[in-house]
Design a protein around this ligand. Sequence first.
Ligand code: ACO
Length: 432
Amino acid sequence: MEFSPYRKVTQMTSAKIDLNGKTLDLPVITGSEGEKALDITHLRKETGYITYDPGYVNTGSCSSDITFIDGEKGILRYRGIPIEELAVSASFLDVCYLLIYGRLPSETEVGEFAEQVTHHTMIHEDFKRFFDGYPMNAHPMGVLASTVAALSTFYPQGGNNDLDLNILRLLAKMKTLAAFAYKKSTGQPFMYPRNDLNFEENFLYMMFAVPAESYEPNKAIVDSLRLLLILHADHEQNCSTSTVRMVGSSGANLFISIAAGIAALSGRLHGGANQKVIEMLEMIQGDNGDYEKYVKMAKDRKSDFRLFGFGHRVYKNFDPRAKILKASADKVLNELGIDDPLLEIAKELEEIALKDEFFLERNLYPNVDFYSGIIYRALGIPTSMFTVMFALGRLPGWIAQWKELREDSKWRIYRPRQIYTGRTPDDLKDGV
Ligand code: ACO
């Protein structure tokens, strides 16, 4: 499986910067969709200055061929293909292949890929003992991050020749680890994967089947899961992906780097928001559906309460994933004959927030996490597993970004600088 980088970056103009009487030319680089950046690679060497950008709001850490987002227009494309198109016609494994290897697979290729992923789904028997050590109420994201890191001890990466095999292993085994983490929390026996099932079916089987009872995954549930996984599959340089690149940039093994990404995803401002959204909607439900009280709290500068599932660093008009999921939530609940009062609460909350000056001024719109939890609930996924579901979807994106970094001939260790604001030796002399 070959990777051919596309990298359409042009350098036509330059910007000038005057610092202490010295003028420096900064090349302007332009990406294939017209995005522009000032190339400051030589800034410190030439001037002694660094740039200061807390939260990396204006910082491009890499160039990448994988995913394009236009936050103003609400565009998200994987390898040039709009997610709306993939959401209709692709399988999750098609999207994994697309992200990792740069193009959609042929029928033969995806057949072979699926076969390989299926045959790597089992985990080493010794590995099951890891699960004995966790408390029953361990959060599954902690279990997932630590067990994925532990995979590196079973499959140490010798060289690049192992990479394709380790990618298959990771794609296959992470869903087994996720399902086992859930089984551990319920005290039920682990269910071993079945080779006659596809990716989504196998995961649902390992989650919900119990011995001595037959289990056939429902078609509507399988298709919803496919859609959710695809919509979460990559999102360029977000917090967890940058973490995967950061850890990978030190030369760390694939499994360990992805484990770090899972850890970053778990936070409530990132992937952990999907769990928080449902907890918030339940809180509103338990408070007689008083949405306005919560909108008021979210606007109160003295309170640290936020409307979870609202706002995004990049999307400033709408999140295209949220748009697809809102429509899908209605469809799935209908198909499954579920009447979830939380869906109504979510819609009312969205309507109120979208008319409010505070949210309008700050461009705060529902993000991918706002409706995904309602769908996970309808599929029978427990709330504590929501962020794990996000991680399963994001896995191919993390792998693709890690691989792209490591195959880049200009790959360097990630090492930001800082402005030191602590005490100086003179302060210490003065007894500060
Ligand atoms: N509810 C209320 N106020 C909000 C919200 C929210 N959900 N999001 C942002 N704001 C306000 C901030 O308080 C700030 O107001 P101020 O200018 O008066 O101080 C302003 O909007 C800008 O917010 P920042 O936090 O500076 O924006 P940033 O780009 O750093 O953060 C983030 C983006 C983390 C997504 C933020 O909108 C948030 O916390 N949302 C809720 C958590 C969430 O849903 N996270 C999932 C994001 S999608 C993902 O990771 C998959």
